[in-house]
Design a protein. Structure first.
Length: 590
């Protein structure tokens, strides 16, 4: 049996165990097209032979910028890695200036793109990149070479022996990829991850996900350029899971119904939107149906795993699953057994209610710099605890520093930041990576994240504020889509709030209130402001007097990745939001 020590060993391992027909499945022109394990390997070898003929050397960097997850991405990944070159994935939604910075910084020789939107951005900066030799596209685009040209170039197998030689020379400790973190401030940092960093993380975290080998079906839609989804895909390959790629976030609902997945990974914001949709549909019901819906929700919000709530609760839960929660399951394909969540803190109400519905969310924790998994919950063997990010995975060590910061040591810790030794030495000290997150480990070994060290601030009265905790609580209101808590050095905490415009319009319609048509009119409406004030005051009760949001301002813009307020993993870009709403800040504090 093949021993997996490098990333390109995964497909060969899968081939040896199960040559599955649906290794990858992507939709082209309305039709799902499957690629088997054998075909995956054959095409990866073809790409390797073509890259050799283009003169690609060990340690050359090849960038991939794709707007959607697709089979071609994975074929390119293996084709690049097994000849000792490095795959540099880039977020498609960042600006062309960031494209230029990353492609220049990593000295990328070739760039593979998905579509016209990405090509337009690359073409704007292509002439500024002296190292970039050529751009290839996965889609058929006018004025751009197509990746199929490489499949033709590599069809001749006479240099396969050189591919094998290159493969044999790749060591587990060699650099595999550079992942540029979008960062909430400043220029992107290039995180260098070796084959062993990622392979160890896949093998050490994979036992936490309950898979039926060769029988599970996954739907992949989170950006593969992020290490979280990429590692999940390697885990799927390890367990011979059939991987279907969603067409886009917009078509996710349709794709879920078509694919009927048993597993997929999520980020909290997405789960919040799913829950809000379900809740809104429930609110439209009438009579006994509406009462039963909210009875089931209330039951779900009190959920604890392993029968902790007692016999009578479990009886009620069985009834709720039969008459209410089965409809939720049908809406998510009907076969879903587990979801894996990462990237940001998950509200405990969502953890409880989805677990009660029979679709538990296993929340984990990690960073790009830790490849990424450090801890993860596991529904089996009492390894699941609501409000925590689970227990540390095998071969990884964590400890809490005196100031509460989480420190991590293990084979998953990055090689360092590309071309930045000073920054590397700032975060890796005595073998421990300093995460910048604040947390605590309970008596059973579960880790709880309390905040970002860098995001905590002090008011002028000397009181510490942990903004994420307040923000997560406030976002449980259906009226609040996004919120950023402010007040560093000020006398009290305040907030910028982006209201949930769709919900507010529905609320106004139900109550026959005229709030205007544009977002600007809505956020200026006295009744809307008053209603959101009630929500803020209600949630404020959960916090100490010094933590309560004393004032807020509503923003007319919808915060988004394209708008620049959110990172590609939907985290707040605090510096950008602060800069954008300087006038509102002045209004609050002056």
């Amino acid at each position: 049996m093949i021993q997996i020590t490098r990333l390109f060993d995964f497909p060969y391992y899968q081939l040896e165990k199960n040559n599955i027909p649906n290794c990858f499945v992507t939709k082209y022109d309305g039709k799902w097209i499957a690629t088997s394990t054998q075909e995956y390997i054959n095409k990866a070898n073809t790409i390797s032979r073509a890259l050799l003929r283009l003169g690609v050397q060990p340690n050359d960097k090849i960038a991939i910028i794709s707007s959607n997850n697709r089979t071609e991405w994975n074929i390119m990944d293996i084709g690049i890695l097994q000849i000792g070159a490095q795959n540099v994935p880039i977020y498609p939604t960042i600006s062309e200036e960031d494209y230029e910075y990353i492609l220049s910084h990593c000295e990328s020789k070739y760039c593979f793109i998905s579509d016209d939107e990405v090509l337009k951005k690359v073409n704007l900066i292509k002439n500024n990149l002296s190292n970039l030799k050529e751009v290839y596209s996965f889609n058929d685009l006018e004025g751009c070479k197509n990746w199929r040209e490489l499949l033709e170039l590599g069809a001749d197998e006479t240099n396969q022996n050189v591919v094998e030689e290159r493969k044999n020379n790749v060591k587990p400790t060699d650099l595999a990829t550079i992942i540029y973190t979008s960062g909430t401030t400043g220029k992107p940092k290039g995180v260098m991850l070796s084959h062993n960093n990622i392979v160890s993380n896949v093998l050490d975290s994979s036992p936490r996900i309950p898979f039926e080998e060769g029988a599970s079906v996954a739907l992949s839609f989170l950006p593969i350029c992020h290490i979280f989804e990429r590692v999940i895909l390697y885990i799927y390959q390890y367990y011979s899971v059939s991987i279907y790629f969603a067409e886009s976030i917009d078509k996710l609902s349709d794709n879920i119904k078509e694919v009927k997945p048993t597993v997929f990974s999520v980020v909290p914001r997405l789960l919040e939107k799913v829950y809000d949709k379900i809740y809104a549909k429930g609110a439209e019901l009438t009579g006994i149906k509406k009462k039963l819906f909210f009875w089931a929700i209330d039951l779900g919000l009190h959920y604890e795993p392993y029968g902790t709530n007692g016999f009578w609760y479990e009886i009620q839960l069985k009834i709720a699953r039969k008459i209410i929660f089965t409809k939720w399951q049908e809406g998510l394909g009907g076969n879903l057994t587990v979801m894996v969540s990462g990237s940001a803190a998950l509200q405990t109400r969502l953890t409880r209610v989805f677990a009660a519905a029979g679709m538990p969310v296993m929340e984990g924790y990690g960073l790009t710099e830790t490849s990424p998994v450090i801890t993860v919950n596991d529904v089996r063997n009492s390894g699941f605890k609501v409000g925590t990010v689970g227990k540390v995975i095998q071969n990884v060590t964590i400890k809490i520093a005196t100031d509460g910061e989480i420190l991590c040591k293990g084979p998953n810790v990055m090689m360092g930041y590309f071309k930045d030794e000073i920054l590397t030495n700032e975060v890796i000290k005595d073998g421990f990576f300093h995460t910048g997150d604040i947390g605590e480990i309970d008596s059973e070994g579960f880790l709880k994240i309390t905040d970002r060290k860098k995001e905590m601030f002090k008011t002028s009265g000397g009181k510490y504020i942990a903004p994420q905790i307040i923000e997560n609580a406030m976002k449980q209101s259906h009226f609040i889509e996004q919120i950023m808590v402010i007040g560093d050095g000020e006398k009290m905490p305040a907030a910028f709030i982006q209201t949930n415009f769709d919900f507010v319009k529905e609320w106004a319609k139900r109550h026959h209130i005229i709030i205007g048509k544009t977002n600007e009119e809505i956020v200026s409406n006295d009744q809307v402001i008053k209603r959101i004030q009630e929500e803020v005051e209600r949630i404020n009760e959960k916090f100490g007097n010094w933590e309560k949001i004393k004032r807020f301002e509503l923003t007319p813009e919808v915060w988004s990745i394209n708008g620049g307020q959110l990172t590609p993993t939907l985290k707040l870009k605090r510096k950008v939001v602060m800069e954008k709403y300087k006038n509102l800040y002045q209004k609050i504090y002056n």
